[in-house]
Design a protein around this ligand. Sequence first.
Ligand SMILES: [Ca+2]
Ligand SMILES: [Ca+2]
Ligand SMILES: [Ca+2]
Ligand SMILES: [Ca+2]
Length: 237
Amino acid sequence: MVARPDASTATPRLLSVSVLGAVLAGMVGGACATSDQMLEKQRRKEELDEGPACYSGVSEDCYTGPDGTAGRGACRLGQRTCENGVWGACGGEVIPTQDLCNNVDDDCDGVVDNGFEREGALCFRQGAAGVCRTQGRWRCSEDGASSTCDAPIVEPTAETCNGLDDDCDGQIDEDAVSEDRLTCTTGKAGVCNAGTNKCVQGKVRCIQDTQPGAEICNGLDDDCDNEIDEECAAPPS
Ligand SMILES: [Ca+2]
Ligand SMILES: [Ca+2]
Ligand SMILES: [Ca+2]
Ligand SMILES: [Ca+2]
């Protein structure tokens, strides 16, 4: 038996040593019932030595959430009051909860709305091109369970020559000039007059089909100087 005879003044640490001794003694002696009784006796004694948990009427800050989360995000300390030597419940504290889409760091990990797009951040309509790829902002759902992009829906329209992808196929101003409007005139002389309407940088322009060349004897004004077959070479055979 190694328990200290003067256990009434022993510190909790020394009491623990004496408890260990009691256990060892019980094991060595094979008398488990006896050592159990001794352990219980020691436990009661330790309780008495600690005295009351608190003094009645005293209040203090309290917090039951994980260390380091109080004061971060939504998490707040609470207050507890001592009554009849026992601390009451921790009232008014805010401990971590699952982070919802609500612009608040509910789980108090320092990140607002983990797992959601941040409310108010820019977004574009997904899977859409051209003028259909509208811009909006992320918005939290009413219940905080999801976030959605509020970009407006724009339906594709016929492609026109305006520098925009009106039909939302990813190409700007492709086939913007209709077949019946393709042929045009440039106002220039000779073969330089014939042209084709093309959409250039959002504007329809008449682009001449033939550049001026050497004047040949063919009944045409090949060099576009407003004179036909002047000093012409022989036409190709
Ligand atoms: Ca949140
Ligand atoms: Ca297009
Ligand atoms: Ca267009
Ligand atoms: Ca000419």
